[in-house]
Design a protein around this ligand. Sequence first.
Ligand SMILES: Nc1ncnc2c1ncn2[C@@H]1O[C@H](COP(=O)(O)OP(=O)(O)OP(=O)(O)O)[C@@H](O)[C@H]1O
Ligand SMILES: CCCCCCCCCCCCC/C=C/[C@@H](O)[C@H](CO)NC(=O)CCCCC
Ligand SMILES: [Ca+2]
Length: 506
Amino acid sequence: MPDKILPRESAQPRTKSSSSYCVPVSEIITVRETEADSRTKDNGRWQKMSQKATEAYPYAFTVSCVKRARQHHWRCNDVTFHCADGTVCQQWVQTIRDQLSALTRRPKHLLVYINPYGGKQQGKRIYEEKVAPLFSRASISTNVIVTEHANHARDHLKTDVDLKKYDGVVCVGGDGMFSEIVHGLISRTQRDSGVEQNHAEEKLVPCGIRIGIIPAGSTDCICYATVGINDPVTSALHIIVGDSQPLDVCSVHHNNTFLKYSVSLLGYGFYGDVLTDSERKRWMGPVRYDFSGVKMFLTHNYYEGTVCSTCQHSGQLYSGDSQDFQMDDNISSSEYGSDWRMIRGKFLAINAASMSCACPRSPKGLSPAAHLADGTTDLIIVRKCSRINFLRHLLRHTSKDDQFDLSFVEVHRVRKFHFTPRYCESDWDLRQGSGEAGPGKRLFRRICRDHPACGCTPAHSNWNCDGEILPHANIQVGVHCQLIQLFARGIEEASVFEDLGSHSAM
Ligand SMILES: Nc1ncnc2c1ncn2[C@@H]1O[C@H](COP(=O)(O)OP(=O)(O)OP(=O)(O)O)[C@@H](O)[C@H]1O
Ligand SMILES: CCCCCCCCCCCCC/C=C/[C@@H](O)[C@H](CO)NC(=O)CCCCC
Ligand SMILES: [Ca+2]
């Protein structure tokens, strides 16, 4: 049998306009024998067959398969095929089952973590109502854990789980929950392989198990940027068909201490401040980001420091395509050393986007051309400018205009970068009150930090690491190419939807 079902004479689909239906085996969820009823649901519509036709084709089987809908949504669609002969009908069912069992990339056993408090606190309901029935139809067995506290999933994965029992780990929640899973799996893999995470230059071992994201958070940017939409049913179907999408991961160190991994955004300045402010407003739900976004835009803090970056890796020059980016040269960036670029100045935002960071708020994302798995991160530097100019930059994230095509914005595709804030060799020491600054200056900075109404800009921001606040401003970042794998396939081209969306009749 070919890899597509093309029923012609022997099995007839019940559609009004066509006598055959084309379904790629790779997109079949399940098949079952069904009653040759005179009324069945095909293609999402109820179809009625005449008494005569029902008598001519008394046997039937139903194929549940992927159907593409608008804006990258996938749905599960039932198509019923009718046969004149019962043996032929059984042969079809058996052959399709055999073909499905030959698909070795499909998961059979999944470990599922649900964050009941993410986003609008709907994680449990979303999983039970929309996802569990699909997993069960696809004969996937699950071990479901509803988390009881923050870092429950991370610590469970780090130490307690026998990962050999599973073909994948699924997280139901937002980007923060995904980050927990990533930290648990990467730490576990390094520990099992004897790799020391505290060494910034260490080559990390890729994780051998795929991760699925059922979006139920506030931003869901990792799901949105890897699937094209934050929709639980779509994500469940990508898991069921066994998609694979490798993903780069940034490691963040402070001196020789490992801090965190990041897969989406590492943001200092604006996005760090928005996150810090919004964490105090968690009770507001997802709208907290809009509230804090407007507030921090009006506050207009800028920060001084030095960013050093390199696009070189393992002794080889990066040869990627950087023509998408405007390189602005009226600024104080300069080359130092052979492969490191140093940029010093006053910044409204320093963002490293390892993926586009597309999300419903910004469907093209922070860096629309960022690659998911090329071993680089897009370092976006927004220099101090007027409020109106910064607003122009921000608003371009929501329109077709290029947010980088502004004199105060520059972008570099890099493999490593360091950031050192001005005034502090050790930000942590300063925060603890034991920095280099004299007591008078220290007291003054503390007053500024505790009473922002005094009007001066604080000396430091925080790093927003995939939606979590980091305790140090001074960090070193390196990209680890394709360290993890998702149950996803990247964003499908519109043509795939046009060609396959209607399952063109043959
Ligand atoms: N049972 C729990 N109780 C409290 N916090 C939890 C629990 N389980 C997980 N968490 C934490 O909740 C935080 C937020 O969760 P999640 O990412 O799911 O939602 P969100 O913050 O609303 O969405 P997003 O990250 O997309 O903005 C995560 O950092 C996670 O560590
Ligand atoms: C004045 C209004 C102008 C509007 C401008 C809109 C610009 C939107 C850009 C969207 C960037 C999303 C970056 C995603 C980061 C995630 O890793 C992180 C975890 O979920 N989310 C946040 O930190 C939440 C941060 C949300 C910031 C808005
Ligand atoms: Ca990348």
